[in-house]
Design a protein around this ligand. Structure first.
Ligand SMILES: [Zn+2]
Length: 318
């Protein structure tokens, strides 16, 4: 699925952990891949509860039952259905089958694969995944439930409301993107915005390769290629060091795209999970990840690397 680049206005965040409120596209085919993956593995479509082998940290069935009982009191109408998909609770107004399909397809698939490669801990709270069936439902209910109009038409993660809030009509890709953020928050609280958003946006268009999640080229590529040709990109040393406010102050989405395709490059070289783990272990000494990046890439001259990476980007196609 292709879309025009989104140039929605940005909300400046004082810290990335305040949430991902940014232009985002549900351009992924993750849902389709997940359905395929589910079919291939005899997926448990229709199951209400994910009885996964690894129990989520700290929450028992009784905790989920209490959470669901509280959530029921907040439901805006009888149209909403609730499905427990640990470590999340999925709630939506698109009909029971659709909500179950997204829960057992996209959410379960993304959680399993992201945990396989990156994350050990579940989020510290039971988070709700609100799947609104269309733009009108998304806007109306986000305002009513969370007190403000969404700044993106696709979806966002609100740590304050312990909720992922989606217009699911735009596709499952945004949902995978947003699922990355609470896992980063739980596992790598000092993660800089470039990697948090690089990983999130990498997987907004994703599938599965040899049992691992893999990001594909997507709608962010043409804008990035234009920025490369116009020599508008920041040196990686600068991009990696941006704090939340500076990273998100990016109306054209160039920071997102540059971070995404750095992650994509690492992925295609088989280095992304290694980079994540080494950076996670070394972030006190190297808070931006630049030194770890140099080491993992085995690129002592990062100016030369940037030229190599730019050539790689220009040769990619959507
Ligand atoms: Zn994000």
């Amino acid at each position: 699925m292709r879309r025009e680049s989104c140039l929605a206005s940005l909300v400046l965040l004082s810290a990335f952990s305040a949430g991902c409120v940014r232009p985002s596209h549900g351009a992924g085919d993750a849902a389709q891949s997940a359905r395929k993956a589910n079919a291939n593995t005899g997926g448990r479509a229709g199951a209400n509860v994910n009885a996964a082998a690894t129990p989520p940290r700290g929450f028992a069935d009784a905790d989920y039952a209490r959470h669901v009982a509280q959530l029921r009191k907040k439901l805006p109408s009888g149209e909403f259905e609730i499905v427990i998909e640990k470590p999340f609770v999925v709630v939506g107004d698109g009909g029971r089958r659709a909500v179950e399909g997204h829960a057992s397809g996209v959410v379960r698939w993304a959680v399993e694969l992201l945990k396989r490669d990156f994350f050990e801990k579940d989020p510290a709270d039971i988070l709700d995944v609100w799947l609104f069936k269309d733009s009108a439902s998304y806007r109306t209910h986000a305002r009513r439930l969370f007190g403000r109009e969404p700044s993106t038409p696709y979806g966002y993660y609100s740590p304050a409301h312990k909720a992922l809030v989606m217009n699911i009509e735009t596709g499952g890709g945004t949902l995978v993107h947003e699922i990355v953020h609470p896992f980063v928050e739980a596992n790598f609280p000092d993660c800089p915005p470039w990697l948090n958003e690089g990983l999130g946006s990498l997987y907004e268009q994703s599938g599965e390769r040899d049992g691992h999640i893999v990001g594909y080229t997507n709608w962010r590529l043409p804008g990035l290629q234009r920025a490369v040709r116009r020599r508008q990109l920041k040196p990686f040393r600068e991009l990696l060091a941006l704090d939340g406010r500076a990273f998100y102050d990016d109306a054209a989405g160039t920071n997102y795209a540059q971070a995404r395709y750095l992650c994509y490059y690492l992925q295609e070289r088989g280095l992304l999970t290694r980079f994540y783990k080494e950076f996670h272990g070394n972030s006190a000494a190297d808070p931006a990840g630049f030194e770890t990046l140099k080491r993992v890439l085995a690129e002592p001259d990062m100016d030369a690397f940037q030229r190599k990476w730019e050539k790689f980007v220009l040769e990619l196609s959507e």
